[in-house]
Design a protein around this ligand. Structure first.
Ligand code: FAD
Length: 400
């Protein structure tokens, strides 16, 4: 055997894949390759408590733990540049790494907006280094324009305004978060910005950035010019799979994500994948999906790691998606899918400080969104997993 298990991407999914392989008894060599210099760390706080300075960075494991307990050959600050499935080799900036089986866990990277000039003060947020740069630039009175009213942009507005910054969110869609939560709940969440002093401009685009070398203002499609110290581009993420372009591994024609089967195997039998980079058929919702959330990256990678270690015993992975987001001290949670025939607020309402909204197709509950209703969401997740009927919701809501 040459090369053992090679995991590309040293973040949440990469780590969980390694842990699962070892937990299931894999004793071969394990190599983890990560482009960042940092040990695997937790990303969600970067736009929340880490950005406000209320929390330090959370590393999942110490280097000693990784190298001794998990017996990982850890290669940080090394980027994969290619993969040759025939030769069973990952090409990297530090030479070729042979593998018996590989797990792709390179996640996602910020989507960029073509045409934006390269000015100081125009930033994105994905990594710890990005968060450090952003954190050091926000001061009381700083003027932030946030491009995109998605979850990360919204969290940045919430965190920055708690530090005394003046935030304007510019969103090209007429309603934010339609794909993630649908328009009823998207509008309800938009109300949180207005109620907390963040200006939200919908149906608006940035047409010009001025200043040199530092950003001074942005001009909007409405004709308005907004003075800005920082422009945070938060218009979503795309799979970080450019390095696989010549590999022959099947990539999604639209976003370049790795196309996998139900067992998280790519188009090559010895290459598995997990996390934000992956499209796979999710039997729990009868949909092919790619998710960008923490819980999926962790759970999916555990399955991918076990399957890569023991491919003859590979098992399918399915999940009822779950994510959370924190805005202005409030917890938003979502389970399932927003692709539904109807959406109904069954507790609270769109303008209230707490609510539960249920997404329904036929008699089946397919999704749920909650605002500050932490104890209900996991029960709703179990109901959706059991393909439960709408009547099951009433017991959960009543049992608050
Ligand atoms: P990533 O965490 O993106 O890790 C991929 C790793 O691979 C990176 O370290 C990258 O440097 C490395 N890499 C990329 N290309 C290469 C290469 N060629 N060679 C070697 N290494 C490479 N989810 C929630 O559910 N709730 C939240 O509140 C939430 N908040 C978030 C806040 C922020 C600011 C961000 C960025 C994400 C948030 N998420 C949240 C999403 C969650 O963090 C991700 O779903 C999760 O990190 C995905 O894990 P991953 O390992 O697939 O990818």
């Amino acid at each position: 055997m040459t090369g053992g298990l090679v995991v590309v991407g040293a973040s949440l999914a990469g780590l969980r894949a390694v842990e699962a392989a070892r937990r299931f008894g894999y004793e071969g060599a394990v190599t983890m390759i990560g482009a960042e210099e940092h040990l695997p760390y937790d990303r969600p706080p970067l736009s929340k408590r880490y950005l406000t300075g209320a929390a330090e960075v959370t590393y999942f494991r110490s280097e000693d733990d990784l190298r001794t307990e998990l017996a990982v050959d850890l290669r940080l600050g090394v980027a994969a540049t290619g993969l040759d499935p025939k030769a069973h080799v990952v090409n990297t900036t530090a030479g070729d790494v042979p593998y018996e089986r590989a797990v792709i866990a390179t996640g996602a990277e910020p989507r960029t907006l073509p045409g934006l000039p390269e000015l100081d003060g125009i930033v994105t947020l994905r990594t710890l280094d990005d968060a450090d740069r952003l954190r050091s630039s926000i001061r009381p009175g700083s003027r932030l324009v946030i491009l995109g009213a998605g979850f990360i942009g919204s969290e940045i507005a919430s965190s920055a305004s708690s530090l005394g910054a003046v935030c304007t969110i510019v969103e090209s869609a007429p309603v934010p978060l339609i794909r993630a939560v649908g328009d009823e709940v998207g509008l309800a969440l938009a109300g949180l910005h207005e109620r907390n002093g963040t200006r939200l401009l919908l149906g608006t685009e940035v047409v010009e950035c001025t200043g040199s070398p530092r950003l001074e203002s942005v001009r909007l499609s409405t004709g308005e010019t907004v003075p800005a110290d920082l422009l945070v581009v938060g218009i979503g993420a795309v799979p970080a799979t450019g390095w696989l372009r010549e590999s022959g591994i099947e990539l999604h024609p639209v976003d370049g994500g790795v196309v996998c089967d139900d067992c998280l195997r790519s188009s090559d039998a010895d290459v598995f994948a997990a996390g934000d980079a992956v499209h796979w058929p999710n039997a729990a919702l009868d949909m092919v999906m790619r998710l960008e959330n923490w819980t999926n990256a962790a759970e999916q990678a555990s399955r991918a790691g076990a399957n890569a270690a023991y491919p003859a015993k590979a098992q399918p992975y399915e999940t009822v998606p779950y994510f959370w987001s924190d805005w202005y001290g409030k917890r938003i949670q979502f389970v399932g899918t927003a692709s539904a025939e109807t959406v109904e607020f069954v507790s609270g309402g769109p303008a209230e400080s707490r609510f539960v909204a249920i997404y329904r197709t036929g008699d089946r509950v397919v999704g749920a969104a909650t605002l500050d209703e932490r104890r209900k969401i996991m029960k709703l997740r179990r109901l959706i997993a059991a393909r439960g009927p709408i009547t099951g919701v009433h017991a959960i809501i009543g049992a608050a």
